[in-house]
Design a protein around this ligand. Structure first.
Ligand code: SAH
Length: 472
């Protein structure tokens, strides 16, 4: 190990950054989060640095550096656009025993800066001693997805809890065993996501056990299970939220629907138990009551359950029924929103769901409900400015067409159909109200699709032709 990672206390310390361009800006982006006094010396600075100066985060000397700049400075960043100037700065620092970092010139550096995962006060630095910045970035991005944004708050909570624990468990070895126990379990990331309340309960319970066992080993896992209702988005894993990814990484059990894509499931924890509860339209399905029972039962076993639903969990996903069942069984739950398929479908055709001066609202409708084809306020929906996104609407297309025509909608009302929005097999069909059912049949739409009523494909949109099932 040639380089030793250390955490330097920057409170009240002065750092000198020489340069005002992109390299300096990149260094400053991290440095402005510290407690250091930052002095930038450069004839001119980027707009972003200018903003920090105006915010009072940085002091700027608008000129070339002079020797007085180095007085009482702890670290120097040589970040001008000129390599030989940077090397001269590094030499000067070396001669005066000041630690110096030179942007992109490792050989001139007396210290190098790691990739950082910042969950202050928890920080993780990743260094490769300059061998592979790409690898460092990959590691950083992996850790970023696994570690919850609340990790810093959790650490602060642990700091306060330590006093309480010290009072109850006076001996050091006992305390060390205790803290190892608090964060034990087969999945650390899941432990790190505990809410303060859950962690507090766990700590209290473990203190009780530690005192009872008189220092012997204590039993693990006293944390209660919980259910996360997670939106998996329309199918493309890139459209998953960060939060959803984290939940998938740490789940013990994943209860998922038919429309959750394989690409999304591939991101989930391999060791988790996977339970398929898909409902095939007009086919075999898992009764809702059975799904509710699975959620309750698994959570009662202390497991972290992810209930993965396509799109957003709160839109046509029967989330209300699951929430009711969880509440009745006093199981904690949380909801992680996702991108609903209507939003993805609109993005695919390049249309704004609302348009100033045209439509002030857009309705999200279902084609089916518990009784069959769903009835709606057709009079409003048939108005010229009405816009709607219909879920589960393919089978009900003729019914919807009939109802809209009956209530006065124009025959050439544009309708865009997006099947498998955001997925590699996405298909877009441009249709009109009077041709809707026939166009759907001709285009062979039989996957999940959204009917965007009142919307046409954006003219300027450069859609690959294979995407458009060219009808009408
Ligand atoms: N909660 C989901 C909707 C579930 S209802 C959401 O917010 O998107 C199931 C219906 O969603 C399907 O019949 C279809 O109309 C729509 N749907 C789901 N995924 C889709 C996709 N990738 N492309 C188009 N429509 C989709």
């Amino acid at each position: 190990m040639r380089y030793l990672p250390i955490h330097v206390d920057l409170k009240g310390v002065t750092l000198l950054i020489i340069g005002g361009g992109a390299a300096a800006e990149a260094k400053l982006r991290t440095l402005i989060k510290t407690d250091a006094n930052l002095i930038v010396v450069a004839p001119k600075v980027s707009t972003e640095i200018q903003k920090w100066i105006e915010e009072g985060v940085i002091v700027w000397h608008q000129r070339a550096p002079i020797t007085e700049d180095y007085i009482a400075v702890k670290l120097v960043y040589a970040a001008t656009d000129n390599q030989s100037i940077n090397t001269d700065i590094a030499k000067y620092c070396d001669e005066h025993d000041i630690l110096v970092n030179v942007a992109d010139q490792k050989d001139d550096c007396s210290f190098i800066t790691p990739a950082l995962v910042d969950r202050s006060p928890v920080t993780i630095s990743i260094g490769t001693e300059g061998t592979s910045p790409g690898l460092a970035r990959a590691l950083k991005s992996d850790l970023e997805t696994r570690l919850p944004s609340s990790l810093g708050t959790l650490a602060e909570f642990v700091a306060t809890a330590r006093k309480r624990v010290a009072k109850r468990i006076p001996d050091l070895a006992g305390r060390q065993r205790f803290w190892a126990q608090v964060f034990s379990g087969n999945d650390l990331t899941a432990q790190l996501k505990l809410s303060k309340e859950a962690l507090s309960l766990k700590i209290d319970s473990l203190i009780g056990q530690e005192n009872e066992s008189g220092g012997g080993p204590v039993k693990a896992d006293v944390s209660g299970g919980m259910v996360s209702l997670v939106g998996s988005g329309p199918g493309n894993p890139d459209l998953l939220t960060f939060q959803a990814r984290q939940k998938l990484h740490s789940a013990d059990v994943i209860v998922y629907d038919r429309l959750v894509s394989q690409g999304v499931l591939d991101l989930a924890r391999r060791e988790a138990e996977y339970i398929y509860v898909g409902k095939i339209p007009n086919g075999k399905s898992t009764p809702q009551s059975e799904i509710n029972d699975i959620l309750v039962e698994k959570a009662k076993q202390g497991l972290s359950v992810v209930r993965l639903k396509s799109g957003d969990p709160l839109i046509f996903g029967r989330a209300d029924e699951e929430i009711e069942a969880l509440e009745a069984a006093s199981i904690s739950f949380e909801i992680c929103p996702g991108i609903t398929s209507a939003a993805a479908a609109a993005a695919s055709i390049g249309a704004s769901l609302t348009a100033r001066g045209h439509n002030k609202s857009v309705s999200f409708l279902t084609g089916h409900d518990a009784k069959g084809f769903a009835e709606h306020d057709w009079t409003s929906l048939a108005q010229p400015h009405a816009r709607a996104a219909v879920y589960m609407g393919v089978g009900a297309a003729r019914f919807i067409q009939g109802r809209l025509l009956l209530h006065g909608a124009t025959r050439n009302l544009p309708i865009a159909i997006v099947e498998n929005a955001s997925r590699p097999n996405e298909k877009i069909v441009s249709s009109k109200l009077d041709a809707l059912p026939d166009d759907l049949t001709r285009a062979g739409i039989n996957g999940p699709a959204i009917l965007l009523i009142g919307y046409s494909l954006k003219q300027a949109l450069s859609l690959p032709t294979h995407k458009i099932g060219a009808v009408s």
